[in-house]
Design a protein around this ligand. Sequence first.
Ligand code: ZN
Length: 326
Amino acid sequence: MNNIYLYRNLDRFSFFLYNKDGDKMEIIIGSHVSFKSDDQLLGSLKEALSYGANTFMFYTGAPQNTKRCELNDNMTLEALKLMKENSIDLRNIIVHAPYIVNPANNANREFSINFLRQEIDRVERLGITKIVLHPGSHVGIGSEQGIKNIIDVLNATILSDTKVDICLETMAGKGSECGRTFEEIKKIIDGVVYKDKVKVCLDTCHINDAGYDLNEFDRIIDDFDNIIGIDKLACLHINDSKNIMGSHKDRHENIGFGQIGFNNLMKVLYHPKLKDIPKILETPYIAVDDKTKYPPYKFEIEMIRNKKINDNLLEDVKKYYEKKDS
Ligand SMILES: [Zn+2]
C-alpha cells in the first residue's frame, strides 16, 4: 500500500452520515487523541471511539520534538477498515503539525521546510487530507516580515503534487504570534502559489483571546466569509477560554466552563454554515492530583450531542475513569 493507492481509493473510505431524507445530519465531533508507535492510527482511532467521537486529531509524534516512528501500513489499513465499520470519514481526520515548527522566523527556515515536507509525506501515506499548522511567531522581526517568511516556507513546501491541505490556524496573538486576525491569514494565503491547498482552522479560544466577540458569532462568520471566504474553512477547534475577549493569552478551558460559555460554543457547533466541517476539542484534561489526569472528551461530546451543559462534568469524568482504573 502507498499513498497513491489510498488517494485513488479515498472514496472507499469516505462517506457521510445521512438521515432518511438524505440530508447530512450528524455533527462531526471529536478531540485531540494520542498517536503511539506501537499501535499508530489504530490506537488513535480506538481512543476516539472510546469518546464516542466520529472524527479525531493527532500529532504524528510528540509536538515538542521531531522524532517520528516508522509508519506501519498494515496497521493503517486495519484502522481504515475499522473507521469504515464505524462510519468515520477519512476526510474528516486531522493531523496537527508540531508547534516547534515556526515558519514565521527565518532563523529556522531550512528546519521548517524539511520537517514540513516529511510531515506531509507521512500524512499522505496515512491517507489523511488535512494538516493544521500554526503560522508561528515572528519573534521581534515584525508581523510583516513574519508573514513574508511564512509564505516563503509554504511555497517551498506545498508543491504541485501535494495532496494534503495545509490549514492555517487562527491564533490568540500571544507574544509575537502571526495570524491573529482574518486579514493576516488572508495575506498569507494570497502569497502562496498553490493557494487552493491552503485552508483555515478556526479556534474558538484563540479568536476570543484575539478580540473577536463570540456573542456575535454570525458577524464573525460574515467577516470570515468577506475577508477569507467561507469555502476556505476546513477545521474548527472548539475550546472554551480561561481568559476574557482580547486577552491574547491562549489558555483553553473545558466546554461551558470558561469565558466564552456553553451557549456561544453551541452556536458555533451547530451553525448551519459549518455543518460539514470537522470540530475538534482541545480542552484540558481533568487533574485529580499531580500524577493523574483524565480526558474530558467522552463527557464533553455527550454534553454537545445532548445540547445541555453538564455542571458535574469534572466529577463525572473523575468517577468514570477512577472506576475504570480500579
Ligand atoms: Zn487549536
